[in-house]
Design a protein around this ligand. Structure first.
Ligand SMILES: [Zn+2]
Length: 171
């Protein structure tokens, strides 16, 4: 796989050069997303701006696009809109986490290298629902039966004290 977004980048060099990197990433090619979701397709594109803040290399990641996942209720496809900007402070070892300014998300970049694909992947793992479900019951294939049947059930259940009274009367 030799797509530009999959190449590990030297973050110190990019931060010092205040470099912008444009990208377009097909989500089906991100291994952690594939492991997390039953199916994943769609793509995001955007730009990473590298810079340095109090000595820490920072990536400002802007991405937008559509993630196509599988609804875990009806098993039909569902699209999740991705539109996200985050600022990530990159560290070479977990011990350096205290160096990352508080308004930044810390991210590990072993040996000072990370690919745009890894940045996008980590952010999507945070942004996307762990269990994808259609928000809208009209869009969800399973919700074709009237939802009232289930929802009314709690109203018809007896209150515990009334039942207790009945039991006492029987004695
Ligand atoms: Zn659904």
């Amino acid at each position: 796989m030799s797509a530009p977004w999959s190449k590990p980048l030297d973050i110190d060099r990019l931060a010092d050069g205040r470099t912008d990197v444009d990208f377009a990433v097909p989500l089906a090619e991100l291994p952690k997303l594939r492991a997390q979701f039953a199916s994943v397709a769609g793509s995001v594109d955007g730009r990473v701006r590298f810079e340095r803040e109090v000595g820490v290399p920072v990536a400002e990641l802007k991405m937008s696009g559509i993630a196509r996942l599988t609804c875990q209720r009806c098993l039909d496809a569902m699209d999740v809109v991705v539109d996200r900007t985050v600022r990530v402070g990159m560290i070479k070892a977990e011990a350096d986490v205290g160096r990352v300014p508080e308004d930044l998300e810390p991210m590990l970049a072993p040996e000072g290298r990370i690919s745009v694909g890894q940045l996008v992947e980590e952010e999507l793992l945070l942004a996307l629902p762990i269990v994808p479900l259609h928000d809208d019951s009209a869009a969800c294939g399973v919700a074709s039966s009237p939802p009232s049947a289930d929802e009314q059930e709690p109203l018809t259940t007896q209150k515990p004290f009334e039942r207790l009274n009945e039991l006492l009367k029987r004695k």
